[in-house]
Design a protein around this ligand. Structure first.
Ligand code: GLA
Length: 433
């Protein structure tokens, strides 16, 4: 199913880049016009000319030259990293959970690996007081939110919270519609560093307008707050998100299943060209460690999120995670790909056979992060060619999961990839070659 939808969509994304700046158009004008994609034709043949264009853009052109101005709040210059309560705990949130999670993020090394924001999702709020301020559930958050934010800060972490742009949240709690200014002020007073704003119960409202209202209210409140737009990709947020928020969800909710993860990958990757420092596509929070996928599948999930420059918000119970989950989440080589300062979202660049894919992300030092992605149920060999990833000559290859330098290669690199799994490497051109 993904093949008939993804191929033409990815092609369109590349085509958009080819229709972009003068430099891009000049590069692409040199290339043959791609035939119209058809479900019958293998997408790899139709995609070839645009792949060349992509390699050109990634190799030579300025990666963000097509971009309209982004929100200038100075935040999220690399994709935000942290933890969010929703995927594992749903409404079962409390100050105790958040404190224990903050402690565990320090003890496990997650904080030091870059996970920064501890975010309470839905269900912390129960009402508004007479002054119109949001009120936290006093049984679950005794003393309210401010002392909790202080505690999180005392651990060297940042604090995030959830609201909804509509009248009520997805779980029926009070929403921010009509209370944008007071909510932004309240969050700033509490010491909030990150706000996720959902889109339930927003019938009749215009998403770009409502999210811009809250963006402006946050700016007025005067505290640096990362703004996470969560309208599930329903109003083309990749078009207006960059000037409105620091990240925007591109799809509906992830679930802890392989099929969910890859369908989100296929959808979110279509909007790669909208991403840049300060403004990121958000394919939703991680499910790593929640139990519904195998370890190979979780490694694939994390690798693909990193190559997409996705926000990395862990969504598991970090207080009780086994070493295998901790080691995955804190893999510094993989995190460095996600957090690369150039801020380009990687793309699908080769599909040598059905279900065998090569994803590539250009990095600031001229290297490429490459994910050999086996979507099939059988272990197999996948090769990435230098042509597809925009390199020439000899290049050093490092395996980012084995943490091993594999030596120098010329023209291509291939490896055996487990079923529903990845091999992720960093390919660095040898200087002077
Ligand atoms: C929506 C969002 C989720 C989560 C829930 C909370 O479904 O997309 O990420 O925030 O609401 O109710």
């Amino acid at each position: 199913m993904h093949r008939t939808t993804n191929g033409p969509q990815v092609l369109r994304a590349y085509g958009t880049r080819c229709a972009g700046t003068t430099a891009d158009r000049t590069a692409c004008a040199l290339l043959p016009v791609p035939p119209p994609p058809s479900p019958e034709r293998p997408i790899v043949s139709a995609r070839f000319p645009t792949l060349l264009c992509l390699a050109f853009v990634f190799g030579i052109g300025h990666p963000h030259s097509r971009s309209a101005p982004a929100l200038d709040n100075g935040l999220a210059r690399t994709p935000p990293m942290g933890w969010n309560s929703w995927n594992h705990f749903h409404c079962n949130v409390s100050a105790q959970l958040i404190r224990e999670t903050a402690d565990a993020m320090v003890a496990s090394g997650m904080r030091d690996a870059g996970y920064q924001y501890v975010v309470i999702d839905d269900c912390w709020q129960v009402a508004r007081d007479r002054a119109g301020r949001l009120v936290a559930d006093s049984a679950r958050f005794p003393g309210g939110i401010k002392p909790l934010a202080d505690y999180v800060h005392s651990k060297g972490l940042k604090f995030g919270i959830y609201t909804d742009a509509g009248r009520r949240t997805c779980q029926g709690r009070p929403g921010t519609y009509g209370s944008e200014e007071i909510d932004a002020r309240t969050f700033a007073e509490w010491g909030v560093d990150y706000v996720k704003e959902d889109w339930c119960n927003s019938e009749g409202l215009d998403a770009p307008t409502q999210y811009a209202k809250f963006r402006d209210a946050l700016a007025k409140a005067g505290r640096p707050i990362v703004f996470s737009i969560c309208e599930w990709g329903s109003n083309r947020p990749w078009d207006w998100g960059p000037r409105t928020g620091n990240l925007w969800r591109t799809t509906g909710d992830i679930s802890d299943r392989w099929a969910s993860m890859i369908s989100i990958l296929d959808l979110s990757s279509q909007y790669a060209l909208a991403a840049r420092p300060g403004a990121w596509n958000d394919p939703d929070m991680l499910e790593v460690g929640n139990g519904g996928m195998t370890d190979d599948e979780y490694r694939a999930h994390l690798s693909l999120w990193a190559v997409m420059a996705a926000p990395l918000m862990a969504g598991n119970d970090v207080r009780t995670m086994p070493a295998v989950t901790r080691d995955m989440l804190t893999n510094k080589d993989v995190i460095a790909v996600d957090q690369d300062s150039m801020g380009v979202q990687g793309m699908l660049v080769q599909e040598p056979a059905p279900d065998l894919q090569v994803w590539s992300k250009p990095l600031a030092d001229g290297s490429r992060a490459v994910v050999l992605f086996n979507r099939s149920g059988l272990q197999t060999v996948i090769a990435a060619t230098w042509r597809a990833i925009g390199l020439t000559g000899s290049a050093g290859v490092r395996d980012l999961w084995a943490h091993t330098d594999l030596g120098a290669f010329t023209g291509r690199f291939s490896a055996t990839v487990p079923a529903h799994g990845v091999v992720m490497v960093r390919i660095t051109p040898v200087k002077g070659d």
